[in-house]
Every structure is written in structure tokens, then in C-alpha cells.
Write a new protein. Structure first.
Length: 148
């Protein structure tokens, strides 16, 4: 059975991550994003470019986490971009909820997955180690990223 990778966040980083995974035929890919139509459109674009680029993986897009069930790896790239005048602390607080929501949903649908947080504010501030993320019941080796 082919592996399944979920990419949370269908922006530039998430879409490029999905392209690389598909291009190397590492796994089927599910793109998840809160913006209606974006992950579905990008997923369809990537799926249809497969025959031209020479890869054969299934790529889907969704606005909820049900499609991500039983993912082997989850890469979280989603987050709020830094706006003019926004401090790094403000950015961290804004993205804390995004990362927490994603992590809780991932744990619900793919409890055995390996989670890798790639978000900029998480990397700079260690959000991957925020102690009140109650989903950190899994062994430490199941969580990774630049912070751990």
C-alpha cells in the first residue's frame, strides 16, 4: 500500500512541498487549507500535471481533515503571514491557534502519524514545544521540525 502524506496549508510552501513529494513519487498527497477551493484547485492542477511530469500519485485537496485519515506523515505549513507593524510575538500568538487546531485534527484522524511543523514563526519561537498542546501524548520522536 502506498504511503500517504498530508500537507496542511496550500500556500506557496505547502504547494511546493506537495510538488516535491509527488515528483519523487514518495506518497499520495492530501492538501488541506481553510480557504475554500484553494487546496482542491491546487491538488487538481498537480494531479493533472502528473502524466506530463512523469509521476503517478494521487493528489487531493480538502477543507477539512477527514480526507487526511491514516496519513503516515503530516507536514504543517499553514499560518498567518506577518503583516506590517506586527511583532514576532503577535505573529506567534496568531499562529499558535492555527498550529494547535491543525495538530488536534491530525491527532484525531491520523494518531500514528509523524508530524513535522514547517511554519516560520514556529521555527523561530519554538511553538512545536508549547506545553499546553494536549495532543503531545505520542512519543517525542513522532514530532519534529526545526524546533525539535
Amino acid at each position: 500500500m502506498r504511503k500517504k502524506v498530508t500537507v496542511v496549508g496550500a500556500g506557496n510552501v505547502g504547494a511546493n512541498c506537495a510538488v516535491r513529494i509527488a515528483d519523487k513519487e514518495l506518497a499520495d498527497v492530501v492538501l488541506v487549507d481553510v480557504v475554500e477551493g484553494v487546496p482542491q484547485g491546487k491538488g487538481l492542477d498537480l494531479l493533472q500535471s502528473g502524466p506530463v511530469q512523469g509521476y503517478d500519485v494521487n493528489i487531493t485537496g480538502a477543507n477539512d481533515y477527514e480526507a487526511t485519515a491514516n496519513s503516515d506523515i503530516v507536514i504543517i505549513t499553514a499560518g498567518v503571514p506577518r503583516k506590517p507593524g506586527m511583532s514576532r510575538d503577535d505573529l506567534l500568538l496568531a499562529n499558535y491557534e492555527v498550529i494547535k487546531t491543525a495538530t488536534v485534527q491530525v491527532a484525531k484522524y491520523s494518531p500514528d502519524s509523524i508530524i513535522n511543523c514547517r511554519h516560520q514563526s514556529a521555527r523561530r519561537h519554538g511553538a512545536g514545544r508549547v506545553p499546553d498542546l494536549e495532543v503531545q501524548q505520542e512519543p517525542r520522536r513522532r514530532h519534529g521540525g526545526h524546533t525539535g
